[in-house]
Design a protein around this ligand. Structure first.
Ligand SMILES: CC(C)(COP(=O)(O)OP(=O)(O)OC[C@H]1O[C@@H](n2cnc3c(N)ncnc32)[C@H](O)[C@@H]1OP(=O)(O)O)[C@@H](O)C(=O)NCCC(=O)NCCS
Length: 167
């Protein structure tokens, strides 16, 4: 399967919004059910400084999205970016997440003054944890009752990846 990864453009907002209507997408991330299409339109039309959002496409159809986001406002954390990735259930397990992670880690390692990529992942999300480990993310700790998920407070793992040595 030929998976193309490119920057999200304003006209992708409906496809990205649709990805987040998928139950597994909002359950596995910190998004809410009933995502707002208008919020996604604004977010892609006027991307905030320092945010990179990519989409993965198969035959021109958007089949996943992923992003790098500033990890905080302090200049002392300018070397860190938070990573997120979402693939709707119909496309999971087909290499889309892998293509998106390859693109984001390649961008961070080769083109951005970034030393640390970080994320949180629900502790029982085996597929996501496998994906992150494959790209060199390591577990740094477990945060208990971190987020409400379908009526229960669920633990997450903090994972991070330090940039491989340059040159
Ligand atoms: C997690 C997610 C991004 C992974 O993307 P994907 O396209 O499904 O993943 P891939 O097909 O690229 O596979 C990733 C790896 O996980 C492995 N994997 C798949 N299912 C697995 C499972 N149930 N347990 C362990 N590993 C699994 C695959 O074998 C693959 O590794 P490999 O290439 O070495 O074989 C995607 O499933 C998703 O968006 N899920 C819902 C939202 C979510 O949980 N996002 C992550 C928030 S932290």
């Amino acid at each position: 399967m030929d998976i193309q990864v490119r920057r999200a453009e304003p006209e992708d907002y409906e496809a990205v919004w649709r990805n987040f209507t998928d139950e597994s997408a909002y359950t596995g991330t910190l998004q809410l059910p009933f995502p707002s299409r208008e919020n996604w339109r604004k977010r892609l039309a006027e991307p905030a400084d320092g945010h990179v959002i990519l989409v993965a496409c198969v035959d021109g159809q958007v089949v996943g999205n992923a992003g790098l986001h500033p990890a905080g406002n302090s200049p002392r954390r300018a070397h860190a970016l938070a990573l997120g990735v979402t693939v709707p259930s119909a496309w999971q397990g087909k290499g889309v997440g892998t293509a998106l992670l390859a693109a984001l880690t390649g961008l961070a390692d080769g083109w951005l003054p970034v030393f640390r990529l970080e994320l949180t992942v629900f502790a029982d999300n085996a597929r996501a944890i496998a994906l992150y480990r494959k790209f060199g993310f390591e577990e740094e700790g477990r945060m208990r009752a971190y987020a409400l998920r379908d009526g229960r407070y669920a633990d997450v793992l903090a994972m991070a990846r330090l940039r491989p040595k340059a040159a």
